[in-house]
Design a protein around this ligand. Structure first.
Ligand code: SAM
Length: 330
């Protein structure tokens, strides 16, 4: 089957359709790899369009290209280089075929088989005067972890974020997408909203109904574009901010002072909390979802100063255990 007429970019050389490739190579989706494919090229074009302008020298990194639907839409936009990171070895022949067919386009295609969570951006993508775009229909199983890893990289200006303008255009389960973007006062506002909005401006671009995927997931999917802030809202270390925001949101139905107070050992918890809220000029009786990013950061700053004077506080662990990443969404 020949490629269809293409929109929003150059015409690719003739190649089998994604649907045919999936059939030809018997690429049954594997559940633990969170595989849900998009066959509709209008949708894959729309996802790539959400990434904005892609210049001819830019590099695009696609996470989990699978059978290559989004990959084709990216190729039609002819970036200088396209880096594909796919964990499932079964997709290598289809991606190689795509690379072969795309040869006349002057996009350098590099395929890496492996886990994006272990992919060394600094090794494989040299610092350049041209932009890097991160795009992916992410596997649900790793999407939150990947975003948190990348926000940390952004805070440290490392990995894919050595340039300050690397935007991310990524899919998430719709509920997660809503939380990432949730503004002040939104009932879904959580620590993922705060962490995302300290270093980026997230935009919910559009929602893809579950039925558009093969196989169909239980949920709908949100496409989110996260644009790094020119001026991040803090220079505090990522882990410190993370710790404070996590404590505040651990008790999301209570006054915000309640969760924050658990940063401190019980003996003088109440007094310390009162003093720090006063220093930070934050109302201790608002609920966590009513706190602005700036207020959270003021609470993180006074905590940081207090901890410097009382190092034992840094070692205090209310729950005496680390929260798994899934609880990011609590
Ligand atoms: N991009 C394709 C599409 O939109 O039709 C496939 C998207 S599917 C939701 C997620 C893809 O990510 C699958 O191809 C899966 O094999 C791959 N994947 C899963 N875990 C991965 C990981 N840790 N690193 C890289 N790729 C991964």
């Amino acid at each position: 089957a020949a490629a269809r007429v293409l929109t929003g970019g150059v015409r690719l050389p003739p190649m089998p359709t994604i649907r045919d490739l999936v059939k030809l190579y018997k690429l049954q989706a594997i559940k633990h790899m969170s595989q849900n494919f998009i066959m509709d090229e209008r949708l894959t074009d729309k996802i790539v369009k959400s990434a904005g302008r892609i210049d001819p020298q830019d590099t695009v990194l696609e996470v989990g290209p699978g059978p290559g639907g989004i990959t084709r839409s990216i190729l039609r936009r002819t970036p200088g280089r396209l880096v594909l990171v796919e964990k499932d070895v079964r997709f290598m022949p289809t991606l190689e075929l795509l690379k072969e067919c795309a040869r006349p386009l002057h996009t350098q295609v590099d395929i890496y088989q492996g886990d994006i969570l272990r992919f060394d951006m600094e090794k494989h993508i040299p610092m350049s005067e041209y932009r890097l775009h991160l795009i992916g229909n992410l596997p649900f199983a790793i999407s939150t972890r990947l975003l948190i890893n990348w926000l940390k990289d952004l805070s440290l200006r490392r990995g894919g974020f050595r340039r300050p303008d690397t935007a991310m255009t990524l899919t998430f389960q719709k509920e997660v997408a809503v939380r990432i973007c949730a503004p002040l006062g939104h009932e879904q506002r959580c620590r993922l909203s705060i962490m995302s909005q300290i270093w980026t401006t997230p935009f919910m671009k559009f929602v893809i109904p579950g039925k558009a995927f093969v196989p169909k997931p239980e949920v709908d999917v949100g496409v989110v574009k996260l644009i790094p802030l020119k001026q991040p809202k803090t220079t505090l270390p990522f882990e410190l901010v993370e710790r404070v925001v996590r404590h505040i949101f651990n008790m999301r139905q209570k006054y915000c002072r309640r969760g924050y107070s658990t940063l401190f050992p019980p003996e003088d918890r109440e007094d310390v909390t009162d003093t720090l809220f006063e220093l930070a000029d934050v109302d201790p009786t608002v609920r966590p979802f009513e706190l602005s990013v700036e207020e959270c950061l003021r609470l993180a700053t006074v905590y940081s100063d207090f901890k410097d004077k009382h190092p034992e506080v840094a070692r205090y662990d209310y729950r005496a255990r680390k929260l798994p990443i899934d609880e990011y969404l609590d």
